[in-house]
Design a protein around this ligand. Sequence first.
Ligand code: IPE
Ligand code: IPE
Ligand code: MG
Length: 247
Amino acid sequence: MTEDSRDTLLPLPEHVAIIMDGNGRWAKSQGLERVDGHRVGAGSVRAVLEESRRLGIRYVTLYAFSTENWKRPEEEVVALMSLFIKHLEQELPLFLENDIRLRAIGDLERLPSEVRISLQDKIERTKHCESLDLLLAVSYGSRNELTRAFRSLSKRIEQGKLSASELTEEMITDSLDTAGIPDPDLLIRTSSEFRISNFLLWQLAYSEIVVTDVHWPDFREEELNNCIDRYRRRKRRFGGLEEVEHV
Ligand code: IPE
Ligand code: IPE
Ligand code: MG
């Protein structure tokens, strides 16, 4: 990993994935409750979407709630679920004005039905939009996603529709919740932790990782642009010797 001064910069990332972390730490630093951090963090989602659209980023994936986050205290989980519903309703005009198509990835069956219904409704109402695809990772865990994909592929093998020796990487890619979406070029994690936390394990194979110490509620246009600038100074080789702009 090198972020050096160079004449040629990478093009803008086509797909940016973000682990939106640090809401609780931000709230603590302000003398507020954790849920206040989640509330202010929703404003960062709006800012990032508007800026991504302005820049011309084609895909944005936001990690909003992990399969492991279900083990948080019930009070916090309930507060997060009602925030999801509130903001899905509130941000529909933002999606439509910015030509943003919503898609959800994760173990959606586990979500309360009100969240599922609201998600489904916004997915339906934005399906004609085509400037930016927003993939919202809710109740998402990469191991869960891979397990579901392997189950569906095994079923096809059991039914004699596919033979094990014919299984390809592409078939696995196409069985994931992210089917049809190119892998993220850039993964941003806010709030300083250097870990993946069960996010897009398959899809991040060659993504550039940028960690910022800014907590998610403070992550607005300026910090998004800082992270993109850091990405653009990287060299991507994908295992080869030459620099490559995209796979
Ligand atoms: C990210 O912020 C939001 C979710 C995981 C839902 P956190 O709630 O993890 O905040 P910290 O990491 O405790 O500061
Ligand atoms: C990752 O953050 C999940 C989301 C941002 C939704 P966590 O706060 O849950 O991750 P850990 O526990 O620090 O690894
Ligand atoms: Mg966290």
